[in-house]
Write a protein that binds this ligand. Structure first.
Ligand SMILES: [Zn+2]
Length: 688
């Protein structure tokens, strides 16, 4: 019913050519209209419209699109309860301080490209406030400034090095291949992609984004507020009720029947993976996020809505096991949702079963299996399940919180030291390239194509923790997955692969190499890395170990001892030294840290075990009493923070030259439109 409304007025309303200014009159407070001014959508891409505010007495509202009246799908006029799901704010004593009213128009889309002006009024007992925004509908047709009319890309692979800036890539290349006489001795797989550009990273409410809007802007074409994914900001009783914008996976599943794969080394609930499939105003709602992966996957294969999720690989088993009876479960009603509004379900063609329930005791692994997913929880299991044809749908949960980083996984695989992975209760985890290969094998069974997002999550997490060697190891791990994606793109044809980051993290900077500065004033520094291992704190001062300019020379890591693609050790003479422009206060001993900082998403019981085993919770607690203590950093944080700098994009495509479109400087939301246009370009444009 509600969609009929949208369809009917979509036909009536013509695109607007000029942008008009918004006007506001005092009375109700906090009046806001979303989508916000400047939002862009692809033709036929779905989104919700909402006007909200607060004040006194009963609320009412109106909405016009290009001057034509539009009916809301929820929000009862002349009431204080309006849509029944707007926020009621209370103070510490429980007294109501603010009652929001809200009116929604769910699941709209426009088929005609151009600009549209949305005008809304919001009224309370004291008066009326007007607000407006102008949005743009973007044509999928090629030939609008993006070069020749291209061939279709059937498959999209997005690799995200979370927090990966230019310097992370340079560091990984330096460590992996070395430099001789001024030239790199080799290049990363991502370096070899033909299309390289720069991408802005800002979110809807800040120059510095977090991963939720950072990823969501690639997957929706719209900016979101920090901490939010697949939604516009709102004041509502549950973050899962917020006004939605359609994901790439949802759009392509609905119009083409594609599948979605999500692969990450993070906890599956984390912002980057969730920002491909889950609509929530709170990135920390793990229970609801993991429920929505399945409940809006369209596992029933109706093709009418949902993401087409067929592969979900990562950590985060704690969200999939019932709260009762599983000591490591983190499922809780406080991070869940129930009763998605009826007009939301109708506007997005979702089945009644997608409404959700407060079900901390849900056996989500069991429900995935009932929906046709094979379930694996170790590398060994994954290998077995993938032998032969492999399953049609695959769920792999390889850790309780985030998975371990490459450095610790590799140490265990080499039979050297499995203490860390054992301490994390995840002794047998796959590497990211192995997960990517499995995902591509499963997804390639869908002849209608797929969207696959592969995240190297710990580039960010270890940069936050200022753990240089673990961050570089993660970048190498991601690059090995990039190589796998390129190999599959060549095999499948008509596949576009982009390597992105959601933002840079830590102001990672390559300042030089470990220097052996033996001198009369520094007599204990006698032997490079070995001397450093037993050096007194005073001898670790930057002036005594940091070699800049020619003192840095050419670090060379040993890749010959093992054939797994990772260095024998990071603690070499002249090891690469990294500074953190956005650092927190910390100790620095320059050597590889024996243990990681405790993963914040682990079950509490495991964290307690790790603390008892001398793992620390914050980087400044490392190597107490030894090393270099920075005081009073500008960020005033325990950890390093994200930065506002542009990130590099590298693009590759088989069967077309879609990669060319990513050359240059672009807005982060442009990435969505470029990928979607490549995927939707009409058959007839191929014949030109
Ligand atoms: Zn981060």
């Amino acid at each position: 019913m509600m969609r009929m409304n949208g369809v009917a007025w979509r036909a009536l309303v013509a695109p607007l050519l000029a942008t008009a200014a918004t006007a506001a009159f005092a009375a109700p407070q906090g009046v806001a209209l979303v989508p916000p001014n400047g939002a862009r959508f692809l033709e036929n891409q779905r989104f919700d419209i909402r006007v909200e505010g607060y004040g006194q007495g009963a609320y009412s509202a109106s909405l016009k699109v290009n001057g034509q009246d539009v009916q809301f799908t929820s929000g009862e006029q002349g009431t204080t309860t309006t849509d029944g799901v707007s926020a009621v704010e209370k103070d510490a004593s429980g007294a109501v301080t603010r009652t929001w009213g809200g009116f929604n128009a769910r699941g709209f889309s426009f088929s005609r490209p151009g600009k549209y002006k949305l005008e809304a009024t919001f009224k309370d007992a004291t008066g009326e406030t007007s607000t407006a925004s102008t949005i743009e509908i973007v044509d999928v047709d090629p030939g609008t400034g993006h070069g020749r009319k291209g061939t279709l890309a059937k498959n999209v692979v997005i690799l995200v090095g979370d927090g990966m800036g230019v310097a992370h890539r340079t560091a990984a290349r330096l460590v992996r291949h070395g430099v001789t006489g001024g030239d790199p001795d080799g290049y990363l797989a991502m370096d070899k992609f033909p299309g390289t550009g720069l991408v802005t990273t800002h979110s809807l409410n800040s120059i510095v984004t977090d991963s939720a809007p950072g990823m969501a802007c690639y997957a929706t074409g719209s900016h979101a507020n920090n901490g939010q994914e697949g939604v516009y900001p709102a004041h509502m009783a549950n973050p899962f009720y917020y006004p939605r914008v359609e994901y790439m996976a949802e759009y392509l599943h609905r119009v083409k029947g594609t599948s979605l794969g999500i692969v990450t080394s993070a906890d599956i609930e984390d912002a980057t993976p969730a920002a491909n499939a889950v609509h929530t105003g709170n990135r920390n709602s793990g229970t609801g996020i993991c429920d929505q992966y399945l409940d809006e996957s369209d596992w029933q294969a109706t093709g009418r809505s949902g993401t087409g999720l067929a592969v979900l690989l990562g950590g985060g088993r704690n969200w999939f096991k019932a709260a009762t009876g599983e000591q490591y479960s983190r499922r809780a009603t406080s991070t869940d949702y129930a009763a998605l509004p009826a007009d939301l379900l109708a506007g997005w063609d979702l089945p009644a079963s997608a409404a959700g329930a407060l079900d901390a005791d849900r056996d989500l692994v069991g429900d995935f299996q009932k929906a046709g997913f094979a379930y694996v929880d170790s590398s060994h299991d994954l290998q077995n399940t993938m032998s032969g044809h492999g399953p049609d749908r695959l769920l792999g949960l390889f850790g309780w919180g985030n998975m371990n980083v490459a450095l610790d996984k590799i140490s265990a695989r080499r039979g050297l030291d499995a203490d860390v992975v054992n301490a994390y209760h995840a002794p047998d985890q796959p590497m990211l390239d192995e997960m990517a290969d499995a995902a591509l094998k499963v997804l390639s069974k869908n002849e209608k194509g797929f969207v696959l997002m592969i995240e190297g999550a710990h580039i960010d997490k270890q940069s936050h923790l200022m753990d240089v060697d673990r961050a570089i190891g993660e970048t190498i791990e991601l690059d090995r997955a990039v190589a796998v994606a390129r190999k599959w793109a060549d095999k499948l044809g008509d596949t576009v692969v982009v390597v992105l980051a959601d933002h840079e993290c830590s102001g990672f900077s390559l300042m030089g190499a470990l220097a052996n500065k033996q001198s009369s004033s520094n007599p204990t520094n006698t032997g490079g890395i070995d001397a450093l291992k037993t050096a007194a704190a005073a001898d670790l001062a930057p002036a005594k170990v940091v070699g800049t300019y020619d003192a840095a020379g050419f670090p060379r890591y040993d890749f010959t001892k093992y054939d797994d693609g990772y260095p024998a050790t990071y603690d070499i003479d002249k090891k690469l030294l990294v500074g953190f422009g956005a650092s927190g206060d910390r100790n620095e001993t320059w050597l590889t840290k024996a243990t990681p900082v405790i993963d914040s998403l682990l079950p509490t019981a495991v964290k307690t075990e790790l603390k008892a085993a001398s793992y620390v919770s914050e980087p400044y607690q490392r190597d107490a009493g030894k090393g270099w203590v920075i005081g009073g950093q500008a960020t005033q944080q325990d950890q390093a923070v994200h930065t506002a700098t542009d990130i590099p994009v590298s693009a590759y495509s088989s069967g077309s030259d879609v990669w060319r479109r990513f050359v240059g400087v672009q807005r982060n939301t442009d990435v969505f439109f470029k990928l979607m246009k490549a995927t939707l370009e009409r058959e007839d444009s191929r014949r030109d």
